[in-house]
Write a protein that binds this ligand. Structure first.
Ligand SMILES: [Zn+2]
Length: 297
């Protein structure tokens, strides 16, 4: 597909074919299961498109989580976690260990939205890897999962970091997550103030684990939130950084244009983009979820 380069001057770029000698870094998006309100079938292609806006990045999407323990990560410079599993056996301990070893050995890791709740069954180990994790289906006293979906301001708190350098605070319409906990050292890049409780919560942060770089962001409930220009730019730059690249030079005047982006109000039947480039194993997201349970409370 043709997309403008992330943060670069407006231009059409040709995504290199897999395996060519262009020097492109390969990125792997892991998806395939999430809370029913998270339509990964449309958000994963959106992520793919916004990351590939950087012509140096070539994205594969893998949605067969039960086979993740057999998936080689060695071709990839960074992995994007874009799932929340509910079955503790899928993807399972072997898959988690493979991912952890990948990062410790120098691979990049990007977490998107409810990925903070993935690997709940290995919560302490996951926190060591990603800095902060979801506190679980039952919030601690006085806490909530997130503010009601709506507009809020994301304040950049560190614009010296390669991911956020030159960027400015922005407005978005999303879920303001208030559900992270953990004590691991992190470097907060962006935060937001909850309208519900007035407290400040991290929206995006980085940490380094072993030789690897980790970017963890809780923005991106749906396609509309992910493709909000500043959010898309943030994830695109983060993917480059996690992959060991300097994010592409920023050009604030450049208006992003997403070609063939899915509708902003996706349905489960929304067809994936570039279907010929990946294998979608299917399987409906589970209907039971922490958010649906929360609503019942
Ligand atoms: Zn959400």
């Amino acid at each position: 597909m043709l997309l403008p380069a992330c943060g670069a001057a407006a231009r059409a770029v040709q995504i290199p074919a897999a395996g060519d000698a262009s020097g492109a870094k390969r990125i792997l998006i892991l998806t395939g299961e999430d809370y029913a309100g998270h339509d990964w079938r449309s958000t994963a292609p959106a992520l793919e498109s916004l990351i590939e806006a950087d012509s140096r990045l070539l994205v594969d999407v893998f949605d067969d989580l039960k086979s993740l323990s057999d998936k080689s990560l060695s071709p990839y410079a960074a992995v994007v976690v874009h799932f929340k599993n509910y079955d503790p056996a899928i993807p399972g301990r072997a898959a988690f260990d493979r991912l952890r070893d990948f990062v410790h050995d120098g691979g990049g890791l990007v977490l998107v939205h409810f990925a903070c709740g993935a690997f709940e069954e290995f919560r302490d180990d996951y926190e060591d890897l990603v800095g902060r994790v979801w506190f679980g289906a039952t919030p601690p006293a006085g806490r909530a999962q997130h503010d009601p979906h709506g507009p809020f301001t994301v304040n950049l708190t560190d614009v010296d970091h390669p991911v956020t350098k030159g960027l400015t605070s922005f407005s978005t319409t999303d879920e303001l997550y208030t559900c992270l906990e953990g004590d691991a050292p992190i470097q907060v890049l962006a935060e937001a103030v909850s309208a519900r409780d007035g407290a400040t919560y991290p929206m995006a942060f980085v940490t380094e684990v072993g030789k690897g770089r980790v970017f963890h962001c809780v923005l991106g409930h749906d396609v509309a939130a992910l493709t909000n220009e500043p959010v898309a730019r943030l994830y695109c730059r983060a993917a480059a950084w996690a992959a060991g690249l300097e994010p592409a030079p920023d050009a604030q005047e450049h208006a992003w244009t997403f070609v063939n982006m899915p509708d902003s109000t996706p349905t489960p039947s929304t067809p994936p983009l570039s279907a010929s480039r990946r294998r979608w194993s299917g399987g409906a997201p589970r209907s039971e979820s922490w958010e649906s349970r929360r609503i019942e409370q």
